[in-house]
Design a protein around this ligand. Structure first.
Ligand code: NAD
Ligand code: LMR
Length: 341
């Protein structure tokens, strides 16, 4: 625990803040036996704010839960399978539900190619959340995030329990990557290299805004290369894994960072925490884009304040214009999926 905690705290200052530790939250992970689910659950087990870590998957969660339950941190760990009302037990009284359930990409696939399989998985899990933990914060990792977040929102609306402050698309991996890639390019410390990334979570909808990092000067070729790398960083991992899936470990790190920030804001009363996340947003309302990721201040009820885009260079404006039609298409696809019956 000390080892994990030190490592993680060094990388994310608030990840394990214990100053006002209340040890009160139940966090459910759906898809907990998977490539992301297992390391994410491990990192969450190290957070002392979590009193109950509840793991749900189609298989293997009893084993994963038994294993994690030996770690000497406060969280009780329970494993649930679909039989015996497992999903209901996993979700009841949850404060936060993290959803990495769904299939990952193989080389040559886009995230949208996952829609046919993952849309139904996310819809069904969101339906269970709306029934068993309607007030929980829902953190969607399953791709395509640009569409799965609207799916969760539309399901919650059907049950009259939608609160836009509590449904989040997890886009943290994009800023984690941007920070790392820029620090490699600049020979700077990744811990001190903060990069703004806005938009959605796929290809051209991922918009790094390097101009907003004070002191960062990129020549044109680095600017273009780094922009492409941030937009298509996921493909690097898919290619390297060669059919074995997509990013799992870096995603677990990013997912834990976001979950821990939300716990600090909602449970530990820490003020002023901001994270990028894809939420229902007015930032691009004039362009008809209903969901968008910018820097969001987190508070006791989830989304406290959605920051605007800030100033963009002409190049960043071009990236934004390229993202808008794709985002609108992805959002509409999620909406239509829920309302097709
Ligand atoms: P994986 O196949 O290793 O794990 C997915 C898990 O989900 C499996 O254990 C599977 O049994 C489980 N699952 C499937 N249907 C389920 C259901 N109905 N209920 C509960 N569990 C179910 O995949 P992975 O590598 O962990 O990736 C999971 C998802 O996360 C993929 O869609 C991937 O594209 C996405 N992802 C998102 C980001 C991001 O930045 N948001 C990053 C990486 C991966
Ligand atoms: C990522 O960005 O790594 C994830 O969205 C997984 C993928 O399909 O690339």
């Amino acid at each position: 625990m000390l080892f994990v905690s030190r490592q993680f705290a060094a990388a994310s200052k608030r990840a394990f803040s214990t100053s006002s530790y209340q040890n009160a939250a139940k966090v459910a992970v759906l898809g907990a036996a998977g490539g992301i689910g297992q390391p994410l659950s491990l990192l969450l087990k190290a957070n002392p704010t979590i009193s109950h870590l509840s793991l749900y998957d189609l298989f293997n969660t009893p084993g994963v839960a038994a294993d994690l339950s030996h770690i000497n941190t406060p969280a009780k760990v329970t494993g649930h399978l679909p039989d015996n009302d497992g999903l209901k037990h996993a979700l009841t009284d949850a404060d936060i539900v993290v959803i990495p359930a769904g299939v990952p990409r193989k080389p040559g696939m886009s995230r949208d190619d996952l829609f046919n399989t993952n849309a139904g998985i996310v819809r069904d899990l969101a339906t269970a959340c709306a029934q068993y933990c309607p007030k929980a914060h829902i953190l969607v990792i399953a791709n395509p995030v640009n569409s799965t977040v609207p799916i969760v929102a539309e399901v919650f609306k059907k049950f009259n329990v939608f609160d836009p402050r509590r449904v989040f698309g997890v886009t943290t991996l994009d800023v984690v990557r941007a920070s790392r890639f820029v620090s490699e390019n600049q020979d700077s410390s990744p811990l001190d290299t903060k990069i703004t990334v806005v938009g959605g979570h796929s290809g051209v909808t991922i918009i790094p805004v390097f101009s907003q990092t004070p002191g960062l000067q990129l020549n044109e070729s680095d600017l273009k290369a780094l922009t492409h790398r941030v937009q298509f960083g996921g493909d690097e991992v898919v290619k390297a894994k060669n059919g074995g899936g997509s990013a799992t470990l870096s995603m677990a790190y990013a997912g834990a960072r976001f979950t821990n920030s939300l716990l600090d804001a909602t449970v530990n009363g820490v003020k002023g925490i901001t994270e990028p996340t894809y939420v229902k947003s007015d930032v691009l309302a004039k362009d008809g884009v209903e969901y968008f990721s910018t820097q969001v201040e987190l508070g006791p009820h989830g989304v406290e304040k959605i920051n605007g885009l800030g100033e963009l260079t002409a190049y960043e404006q071009e990236l934004l214009q390229a993202a808008i039609p794709e985002l609108k298409k992805n959002i509409q696809k999620g909406f239509d999926f829920v309302h097709k019956e």
